[in-house]
Structures are given as C-alpha cells and as structure tokens.
Design a protein around this ligand. Structure first.
Ligand code: PLP
Length: 368
C-alpha cells in the first residue's frame, strides 16, 4: 500500500516518551516550554504557545484578538472545516472568499477586497498544500482595511516565510501533518501581549501556570478571562521536540518528491494540471492535482485504491457542507467549486521513494 501520508516515528520518539513517564511530570512542564521556544526559534519568533490542536489555537487567537459577535471574518472555503468553525466558536460570522484560480488556489485578495465591510475584523489565510500565500501582500491588505491577519499554517511548519507578517500564526501537529505530536498545535504571535493572552486563555484564564506554582512562584492565582483547557501535555511536547530536529530535512524530501511528480506528470500526463509554480516556496504538505474535466474522479480513486494507492480530495469546500449551506445559503464561489470538483491529492510523505511516484503516475495514466 502506498499511503497518502505517513508520520515518521522511531526510537528517539519512544525514548522521549519513556523519559516523560519516568519523570512523573505529565503535563505543562519543561518539555512544553522547550518545545515552545525551539519551535518559535525555528520560525523567527521570540516565543510560542503550545496547544491541544490547531483548531483550539485558532479559537484562542480569535478570542485573544477580541473577535466576537457582530464581527465578520474573511475565510477561504478551500480549507479544512476547522478554519471556519473557529470563527463560529467566538460568535463571529465567516465570509467566504473565492480562490484566485485553479493554478493558484489561494484565497483571492481581489475577492476579499470586494467582500470587506465595516464589520470585517480579520482575515484567515491558509497555506494550501504547504504553498505559502503572499503574506507581504496580505499584510498590506490587512493594514489598508484595518483588520487582523491570521495564518492557518497547519500545512506549513518548518518553512521560512510563514509567520512574521501576520498577527497570529497557528500550526497543527495532527498525525497526517508534516510533523506530529499525534494531536497538538502551536500559536505564534507578533505582539507579545496577544501571545500572553493566548497563554492565559489556554489554561482557564488563570494568571499562574501549574509549573510556576510548583516552582514556588506564588501559591494562588486569579482568573481574569473566560478561558479553556487547551493545554498540551509533556508526552506530546517531548515527541514534538524530537520531530522538530527533522522537519526541515523532511520538508526538503517532500519538495524533491513534488518536483519529481511534477516533471513525470508533465511528461506522461500533460492534461493533469499541477497547481502553483515549480519554484514556489512550500512545505509541500500535499501533492494536489487537477484531473481533466472529462475524467471521473471517484472511479479514478477506486482504480488507484485497487492498485494499493491511497488518494484523497483537498477539500470538499466548506460552504457546500450541509451545516454551512443551512446557515449560509447563497454563497457563490465559482473558482473554488470548479477546483474542488476536479482536485485529486496523490500520496506524499518523506518515506516515499521515486519508484513509488513512478507507480502512482503509471496507475493514474492507465486509469485516465
Ligand atoms: C489539520 C488542519 C486543521 C486542524 O488541525 P488540528 O490540529 O487537527 O486541529 C486546521 N486547518 C487546516 C488547514 C488543517 O489542514
């Protein structure tokens, strides 16, 4: 079986887990602190806040920026549903924005501009498939409109260029992402007071963390906000620290395999469109393709699966899910609809060999 994605896990992760168990300190301790600072350093940030998931990180980010009822947040529909759910968690209204085009499936600045109102408070961009959106352009847009810029960076850990321009960037360590802690996420913010607020909201809005109390820094605490329990535990952080050592190497391997796919497809299946330019800055989280219009996608996926090859669709657009259709009818996103009806993601992970890519391309060619 050639799987769509696969985490890389080994002896070092096992050892790290055993160390935590032997230490007897299971959550919010030195591993979490080290994971936060090491991850932040890698992304040119002073500090980070580790959380239970990217979803909870997005929720906390919106809450910490004061986004709430009556506010509108610009969002892509070509994303995982969590991006948009987070907007609803804080009682704000998501406003769906189309993608630029089928070869540039990023949230469109011109469409975003046309959808700004006096109620627009923030925009959430998403680095689709790991390909970085033009953050400098989005920063200029956000400043012009006087709104917050939030990055759903679930697809783009360990690549230079994410973070830096945005108010908040949120990463995911779910099992199928470029690095994993099984479940988990990280928040970076350029304003340390926003990051401090996110840190408090992560743990019930309390003013003192468990570890600080244990260290004897204050025996009591106040609760200054309505917070949550979105903490990360020591086991996950210890695994994350090990994974961080390899993330850049894994991303490089993902890019090499993507380039190989791109070249092979151009040679053997020129009708299959591969989005983005070959020199795009990317963490190469996914390898998305667009099938020719006449090709039946479901049948193609079945043929691939019969040959032992997993494939997937990124994504069924959020505005088409029945929950969202019901709440937000009459959303029209022609570019997103067209892209999502033809998109097929092929296997991509660091353990893949070029011979695997050859097989995928060969089976895809015969299926088409
Ligand atoms: C995976 C993913 C999320 C959610 O991440 P979790 O850590 O599972 O909460 C959010 N946005 C995008 C784009 C994702 O791919």
């Amino acid at each position: 079986m050639i799987s769509l994605s696969a985490p890389v896990l080994g002896e070092q992760e096992k050892e790290a887990l055993c160390h935590v168990l032997e230490s007897g300190w299971l959550t919010m301790g030195e591993n979490v602190e080290a994971f936060e600072s090491t991850f932040a350093n890698l992304h040119n940030a002073a500090d980070g806040v580790a959380v239970s998931s990217c979803t909870s990180g997005l929720h906390l980010s919106l809450a910490a920026l004061g986004v709430g009822p009556g506010d509108e947040v610009l969002v892509p529909s070509l994303t995982f549903v969590a991006t948009v759910n987070a907007v609803l968690y804080v009682g704000a209204t998501p406003v769906f924005v189309d993608i630029e085009s089928e070869v540039l499936p990023h949230i469109s600045i011109s469409d975003a501009m046309s959808k700004c109102t006096s109620r627009t408070k923030a925009v959430i961009i998403m680095h689709f498939a790991g390909y970085l959106v033009d953050l400098a352009a989005w920063r200029a847009f956000a400043d012009e409109e006087g709104i917050f810029l939030i990055e759903d960076a679930a697809h783009a850990p360990g690549v230079t260029g994410s973070n830096g321009h945005s108010d908040v960037a949120v990463y995911s360590f779910f099992s199928n992402k470029n690095m994993t802690t099984a479940e988990g996420g990280m928040v970076l913010a350029r304003d340390i007071s926003v990051l401090g607020r996110i840190r408090r909201l992560r743990s019930h809005g309390m003013t003192a963390a468990t570890l600080d109390r244990e260290r004897g820094h204050g025996h009591s605490y106040d609760v200054t906000d309505l917070g949550y329990n979105y903490r990360m535990d020591e086991l996950r952080a210890a695994v994350g620290l090990v994974q961080l050592r390899s993330i850049e190497r894994w991303n490089t391997r993902r890019r090499e395999l993507s380039t190989y796919y791109r070249n092979e497809l151009a040679k053997r299946l020129p009708d299959v469109i591969v989005p983005f330019d070959s020199d795009y800055n990317t963490a190469a989280h996914l390898f998305p393709t667009l099938l020719p219009e006449a090709v039946q996608r479901a049948r193609t996926m079945k043929i691939l699966l019969k040959a032992g090859i997993q494939s997937s669709i990124h994504y069924p657009p959020v505005h088409r899910f029945s929950y969202y259709c019901g709440r937000f009818p009459n959303v029209s996103l022609p570019e997103t609809d067209s892209f999502c009806s033809r998109e097929l993601s092929l296997p991509l992970h660091p353990s893949l060999e070029k011979s695997d890519v050859d097989r995928v391309v060969a089976v895809l060619k015969s299926a088409i």
